[in-house]
Design a protein around this ligand. Structure first.
Ligand SMILES: [Zn+2]
Ligand SMILES: [Zn+2]
Length: 292
């Protein structure tokens, strides 16, 4: 890698190419998108021209990689058979769209058990992932670390690993670490000591090589609150020191970092990207300069 991989979630209103252009206009080197409306189960098939315009537009920019996020409706761990069935079909459709758009990563909220129990939920997630993931897929499913709000599963490294170790095609699954979710789940990474021990723990349980994307979000609520409320970087409860360590950590340097912070316009993304860039130390800036 020759550059800082930093960007934000971009709207695809008006076409995928519009998301790419918006990201490029504010200096993103990576962006995240939804490949269909995040409030709908299904979408009309992608047309060849839609794919073509998107790929041509992307090739003219320095953005790489594009990351997709699945629709929030999807819950492949649902105890409700109808929701589970719709979720499996919807996830399969999203994987296919990522394959068509050559998107390497698709971030998935593993699931929630609603009125069921956690164990059965995890078992359904494993079974359904093994059904949906095909060897021919070129996109990787990234299981996202969650805040543990309500009945949401996978707010611990151990639960993510519980699923991961039972995936048949392990090469097609990775992990997305969300700083807001991790903090709300109770993980501390705000001091040098806690930061290092958390990542050591992550490496022991999951393996750092399986970490593919980081969502950089501050948290509105306190550590351990289990509330999933993203906040502008520096305005939440995590503290800038934690973001400084992430931004300058050479172990994480080549991992795309995506903002999912509150946003009214691109100005808000610019603000957050600037806050993060201003945390880069002289040593990191030197390394970036040499890599050019
Ligand atoms: Zn997410
Ligand atoms: Zn996230």
């Amino acid at each position: 890698m020759s550059q800082l991989l930093l960007g934000a979630h971009m709207s695809v209103a008006g076409g995928f190419d519009k998301a790419v252009l918006a990201g490029a206009s504010i200096g993103c080197s990576t962006i995240q998108i939804f490949t269909k409306s995040n409030r709908q189960w299904s979408a009309k098939k992608l047309s060849d021209s839609e794919i073509d315009i998107y790929k041509k537009t992307l090739n003219k920019t320095a953005i790489n990689p594009i990351i997709a996020h699945t629709a929030y409706l999807i819950n492949i761990g649902s105890p409700n058979k109808d929701i589970e069935k719709k979720s499996i079909a919807s996830l399969a459709e999203e994987i296919e769209r990522c394959n068509q758009l050559s998107i390497p990563y698709l971030v998935l909220h593993p699931g929630s058990y609603i009125n069921g129990n956690k164990h059965d939920c995890l078992e359904r997630i494993i079974e359904n992932l093994n059904t949906v993931i095909q060897k021919k897929d070129t996109t990787l499913i990234l299981l996202e670390l969650m805040a543990g709000q309500g009945s949401t599963v996978c707010s611990t490294f151990e639960e993510l690993e519980y699923i991961y170790k039972r995936i048949d095609n392990k090469k097609q699954v990775g992990i997305c670490f969300d700083t807001c979710h991790a903090w709300a789940a109770g993980y501390d990474f705000s001091t040098t000591h806690t930061y290092e021990s958390m990542w050591r723990h992550f490496d022991e349980i999951i393996g750092l090589k399986n970490l593919k994307v980081i969502h950089v979000n501050d948290s509105k609520n306190t550590r351990g609150s289990h509330l999933d409320r993203h906040e502008t970087i520096g305005k939440g409860t995590i503290g800038l020191e934690a973001f400084k360590m992430i931004m300058n950590d050479m172990n994480l340097f080549d991992i795309p970092k995506i903002l999912e912070t509150p946003k009214n316009s691109l100005e808000d993304d610019i603000y957050n990207m600037n806050v993060l860039k201003n945390l880069l130390t002289a040593t990191t800036l030197n390394i970036l300069e040499q890599k050019k």
